[in-house]
Write a protein that binds this ligand. Structure first.
Ligand SMILES: CC(C)(COP(=O)(O)OP(=O)(O)OC[C@H]1O[C@@H](n2cnc3c(N)ncnc32)[C@H](O)[C@@H]1OP(=O)(O)O)[C@@H](O)C(=O)NCCC(=O)NCCS
Length: 279
């Protein structure tokens, strides 16, 4: 069980330290409310998948390549998809996973990939219908700070270096702000194309309904405080990805494993760093 009071106290302490206004609903500070993880996971996943669908483009073009983006909540993904994603992961980082976690790394990874509340974006080459990469993410408390955690961003090798990753991250970084501004972000949201033949009364009814649903989700999440930014884990040996994230403004999180200097000469690096981007 998670005591909300502890969370609020920690956030308040951090807020004082950082001299930031977290806009926390302080009336919760006196209550100890058990943290309902299942309800939280469901609400954040519905909200995140909604925001991803609305704010990431449906397709991205790079030279003569057209990439389709398909957002799906983890419970709606079939087993074959997980295997496709695992193959990409294996090709990119399999050796490092094997070194760190041993022979069972794939079954550990599959379990993590099926974690409740995750939202996936599959990247498909529209011409060949091949899955060329994926992202997975979730709104979590990491070290008691609310953030959108990027579990994975993986592109097949032949699709790297084309600025696809940079463009995906640009959209990803909008998510904390969109969650924080909540309903305001939805006010001018246009209806889907297929709604075009409806008359205005029907349209406004649907807009109201959709806003009601978003309001419910935002109201629920509001009780947990403000989203501080984005976070992720990167292997220390993955210098390319490390450079990529540093270029995007990520810094080592306070609770990240650190380099250790032995006898003031040799530096021993941890297997991974936890990176944070305050947005
Ligand atoms: C990491 C990854 C998502 C980056 O996406 P990308 O589309 O390849 O990257 P971009 O083309 O947008 O390049 C952005 C920056 O990444 C770095 N980068 C890209 N290609 C690089 C290369 N071949 N060597 C070193 N750095 C490189 C550079 O800093 C580059 O910025 P610059 O072009 O201004 O120098 C992608 O390369 C990937 O999926 N790699 C394999 C899986 C992986 O490591 N995922 C991260 C797990 S934590």
């Amino acid at each position: 069980m998670f005591a909300l009071k502890d969370l609020v106290d920690t956030l308040r302490e951090q807020s004082l330290q950082n001299n930031k206004n977290h806009e926390i609903e302080w009336e919760f500070a006196e209550e100890t409310v058990p943290f309902d993880e299942a309800a939280f996971d469901k609400m954040q996943s519905d909200l995140l998948s909604f925001l991803v669908t609305e704010n990431f483009p449906a397709t991205m073009e790079k030279e003569d390549l057209v990439i389709e983006l398909v957002a799906t909540q983890v419970e709606k993904l079939n087993g074959g998809k997980f295997q496709d994603f695992l193959k990409i992961l294996d090709a990119n980082l399999g050796e490092e996973y094997l070194r760190i976690e041993g022979k069972k790394w794939k079954s550990h990874k599959l379990k993590e990939m099926k974690e409740e509340g995750l939202v996936y974006i599959e990247l498909i080459n529209q011409h060949s219908s091949e899955t060329i990469g994926f992202l997975s993410m979730k709104l979590v408390f990491d070290n008691e700070v609310l953030c959108v955690y990027l579990y994975e961003i993986q592109l097949l090798k032949e699709y790297t270096g084309l600025k696809i990753g940079s463009e995906l991250m640009r959209h990803f970084h909008k998510l904390p702000g969109l969650i924080n501004i909540g309903l305001e972000a939805n006010e001018d949201r246009p209806l889907d194309d297929e709604d075009d033949d409806m008359d205005d009364a029907d349209k406004s009814e649907i807009t109201d309904l959709r806003n009601e649903k978003e309001k419910e989700r935002i109201d629920f999440l509001k009780n947990y405080g403000k989203v501080e930014g984005c976070s992720l884990t990167v292997f220390t040996k993955n210098e390319r990805a490390l450079k990529f994230y540093q270029g995007l403004g990520y810094i080592k999180a306070d609770h990240s494993p650190r380099d250790k200097k032995l006898r003031n000469v040799r530096v021993v690096k941890p297997d991974y760093y936890i990176m944070f981007n305050y947005l």
